[in-house]
Ligand binder design. Structure first.
Ligand SMILES: [Zn+2]
Ligand SMILES: [Zn+2]
Length: 154
């Protein structure tokens, strides 16, 4: 039984850039940092951390946006939707913006990051909450917990 109902297809606002997820997420999260607030024009960003081998761009050619730094933020070149991020030094996964999926109503953040920069009213039901980012070693435990208790597509 595929409890994840993979693969998931998704795309940007205009539909010219499309993507596909074929591996279960390692984690679902939100980030309240000011950078994410600016790039989303909203209160926080939504992420599905997908193993790199389970992620593919299936149409269009995303371009780099954001800070153009070591962490690469990818956008649709036409509608400029922020679609996914390849974080610095972590090539093993891609953070896909959850609202790019065709069906993402099941998405619930398991972890939230950077709450110290968040808007005071911006609350989520995440089970784990960090004022900034946890130590790198903490991610192993979060990923293990998520594999047992994390949200699944309905
Ligand atoms: Zn687009
Ligand atoms: Zn952020």
């Amino acid at each position: 039984m595929d409890e994840w109902k993979l693969p998931w297809n998704g795309g940007c606002r205009c539909g010219q850039t499309r993507l596909q997820v074929s591996a279960p997420p390692l984690l679902t999260s939100v980030c309240h940092c000011i950078g994410c607030q600016r790039m989303t024009a909203s209160a926080f960003s939504l992420s599905l951390s997908i193993p790199s081998e389970g992620f593919a761009v299936t149409a269009g050619e995303p371009v780099i946006g954001g800070l153009h730094g070591a962490t690469r933020h990818y956008f649709c070149p036409h509608c400029m939707s922020w679609m996914f991020t390849r974080p610095e030094g972590m090539d093993q996964f891609v953070n896909v913006r959850s609202s790019m999926l065709d069906e993402y109503g099941w998405f619930v953040p398991f972890v939230e990051f950077w709450t110290q920069e968040g808007l005071p009213w911006a609350k989520t039901p995440a089970m784990y909450c960090y004022e900034t980012q946890p130590e790198f070693v903490a991610f192993g435990k979060l990923i293990e917990e998520f594999s047992r208790y994390g949200p699944r597509p309905t």
